[in-house]
Design a protein around this ligand. Structure first.
Ligand code: ADP
Ligand code: MG
Length: 460
């Protein structure tokens, strides 16, 4: 009998492994919403509509007017590591889309009841489909055929009964208070993307199913006008400088209006546009890619071959591991090489930043949701940057008060450890200290300038 209780190593069944892994990717309803919104943005949508029920546990749904999924691709949509965004290892270095590893929908289907209704957009080059098609999934696989269904161009992804098969996880989100908390988190993600995408004329709606609309940026007049203008300019052959200037002003106003819609018009009045940069982000990106290519052909060929012959899971993990290795290599070499190299070397410090921040006399009512950071288009978190920027305000605002800060940063892609794990929002990047200092001093300058002009105004 002692033999039967003695623990022996055994491989877990695939279903169990998948579910555990999926539970890690899908930590909470708000993390699913982020993935679904990013998919809609990847699909070139201009309207994104989020609906929830029961804090996202009973229902999460995101509909968009993007380019849709081909009915023949529907069976693969929830297959792990199936993606339309990355075809080979080389693409990973220049990835422009949010998704790149085909993990989100697969994971969702392993911890909830997933269904997709999609209708391909009509293009001059490709016909589109005459109706929408619907498919349901479980554990990464379709549970039905693609059924013709009513639906407009675009995609609607629905996830019901999240965590039905992970009861202890589900319990952590149950109860009215928890549900409301989770809904706030979901709304928060939608709010942030609606601010960030305002200058593209992309509108968001968020509500509880059957409830009132808590956010609707699609109906803001400047957003509508901006959309029209962008569409018109896409058709034009030549764009004059005055049109460009008009567009820039309209984009800025749209962002202000969306911030006003989301955080209150009182705050929108106190916003200062920020814009600063150093070096040439594109040039550094190119030379870093070039260096990566060279390094890979010499150092990494053996390694990636080795990783690539392993199957399934480890195929993509292999890619990710290599990305990490690369990041680590950069970090190690940086100190010596940055010093040695002058000009636009692969490790040069370069960044571009734009955004809006409140002035030195305004405090936000709700401190928790006031720091919006996007790096290369991704919603991320960086404790270091947050601290650096917020500390500038410390001498100006009352103790404990927080500013509103929205920053959109562009960094050379290869210097950034991309969001390799879907839930990892905290990012790492090269030249962190330098960037923190540069941003803090730009913010300080801007605040000082604005307070001088304020004093000046009140004196006259
Ligand atoms: P990834 O985004 O990493 O490719 P996902 O699991 O999020 O992986 O999505 C799988 C695939 O499903 C995508 O590559 C895309 O082709 C398709 N897809 C998902 N959502 C949408 C959408 N809203 N519109 C169009 N296609 C979509
Ligand atoms: Mg995705």
């Amino acid at each position: 009998s002692s033999q039967s209780t003695e623990p022996r190593i055994q491989a877990l069944p695939k279903k169990v492994v998948d579910r555990i892994a999926a539970g890690e990717v899908v930590q909470r309803p708000a993390s699913v919403i982020k993935e679904l919104i990013e998919n809609s943005l990847d699909a070139d949508s201009t309207n994104i509509d989020v609906q929830c029920q029961g804090g996202g546990l009973r229902l999460l749904s995101v509909s968009d007017d993007g380019f849709g999924i081909h009915p023949q691709d529907l069976p693969l949509a929830a297959t792990r590591f199936a993606t339309s965004k990355l075809k080979q290892w080389d693409d990973l270095k220049q990835i422009q889309t949010f998704g790149f590893r085909g993990e989100a929908l697969a994971s969702a289907s392993m911890v909830g009841r997933l269904s997709i209704v999609s209708r391909k957009r009509k293009l001059p080059s490709s016909g589109g489909t005459s109706c929408a098609f619907k498919m349901s999934y479980s554990d990464g696989e379709p549970t039905s055929k693609a059924l013709p269904s009513a639906g407009k161009e675009g995609t609607c992804v629905k996830l019901q009964d999240l965590f039905y098969n992970l009861p202890s996880r589900k319990r952590a989100f149950e109860g009215t208070r928890k549900e409301n908390e989770e809904y706030q988190k979901i709304l928060n993600v939608v709010q942030r993307y609606s601010v960030h995408k305002a200058d593209h004329g992309i509108g968001f709606v968020c509500r509880k199913k059957g409830g009132q609309t808590d956010l609707n940026t699609a109906s803001i007049a400047t957003i509508k006008k901006l959309r029209k203008q962008i569409a018109e300019m896409e058709k034009m052959e030549e764009i004059t400088d005055s049109l460009k200037t008009d567009l820039k002003a309209l984009k800025e106003q749209s962002t202000r209006d969306v911030i006003g819609h989301v955080y209150g018009s009182e705050m929108a009045k106190e916003l200062l546009p920020i814009s600063c940069s150093k070096g040439d982000v594109e040039k550094v990106t190119l030379s870093a890619l070039e260096a990566m290519k060279n390094e890979e052909s010499t150092l990494n060929s053996e390694k990636s071959e080795m990783k690539l012959v392993t199957e399934g899971n480890s195929l993509m993990d292999g890619l990710v591991v290599n990305m990490h290795d690369y990041g680590a290599n950069i970090a190690k070499e940086t100190e010596s090489q940055t010093m040695a190299q002058s000009g636009q070397g692969q490790f040069s410090f370069a960044y571009r930043c734009r955004g809006f921040i409140t002035n030195g006399s305004y405090c936000v009512p709700k401190a928790s949701s006031a720091f919006l950071l996007f790096i290369n288009g991704r919603l991320v978190e960086s404790a270091a940057l947050k601290k650096a920027v917020e500390s500038v305000y410390m001498d100006m605002l009352p103790k404990g008060a927080k500013p509103f800060v929205y920053l959109s940063l562009e960094l050379p892609g290869p210097h950034l450890d991309v969001n390799v794990h879907p839930t990892k929002r905290e990012v790492a990047f090269l030249h962190e200290d330098q960037l923190c200092e540069a941003l803090a001093s730009s913010v300080r300058e801007l605040l000082q300038d604005s307070s001088t002009s304020r004093t000046f105004y009140t004196q006259t």
